[in-house]
Design a protein around this ligand. Structure first.
Ligand code: HEC
Length: 163
């Protein structure tokens, strides 16, 4: 019993040591409410707010909406998640990526809206990436397309997207 306790506390001590190395106590969790929502309001709401069509509607009459500078609606936490997990898996990542993860090196076409300067775009991209999850920034779709494989369950499990 005594030795068991000792072993347990030793293990705990080691584990906590590991935690504190990989996750500094002052690393703030990125949440939708605190970080993404305000950023979205400034940089994305103009074309993706409640006057924009839901994804299904948008897809039925794409060009008409695009002509009005309207993309699909993503004005709530739940709606935004449709463009992260399902059905439009990875859309946020594909559109906001700065090109580093695109095979052709070109940024996604919404990257430009992340800021007025490259510095601002990079800073805001980091906020989105941290929200999605440190190892979850992945451009794959639900289904395979061309050379891009379908997303795996393992990759989906890394999503953080805290509310
Ligand atoms: C000036 C208008 C405008 C702004 C600002 C804008 N978007 Fe868009 N967005 C559009 C339009 C129009 C489309 C549809 C055309 C297309 O797919 O490129 C679109 C498409 C998208 C898509 C793809 C949806 C799909 O059908 O797969 C995502 C994801 C997206 N936007 C995210 C964002 C994010 C995040 C921001 C803020 C950083 C943003 N957009 C800012 C106009 C805008």
């Amino acid at each position: 019993m005594e030795t068991n306790m000792k072993t347990t506390s030793l293990l705990l001590a080691i584990l906590c040591g590991i935690c504190s190395v990989s996750q500094p106590a002052n690393a703030e969790e990125i949440t939708y409410r605190k970080h993404i929502r305000p950023l979205w309001e400034t940089r994305c709401s103009q074309c993706h707010d409640s006057d924009a069509p839901y994804l299904g509607e948008f897809q039925e009459d794409k060009q008409r909406y695009i002509d009005q500078d309207l993309g699909p609606r993503m004005d709530t936490y739940a709606d935004l998640l449709h463009f992260v997990g399902w059905p439009d898996t990875g859309a946020i990542m594909r559109r906001l990526d700065d090109g580093q993860n695109h095979p052709d090196g070109k940024p996604g076409n919404m990257y430009i809206y992340l800021g007025d300067t490259d510095q601002e775009r990079q800073t805001n991209l980091e906020v989105f990436k941290a929200w999605i999850g440190p190892a979850a920034w992945n451009l794959n779709r639900w289904k395979q397309r061309g050379n891009a494989p379908a997303i795996t369950k393992d990759q989906l499990e890394r999503l953080k997207v805290a509310y």
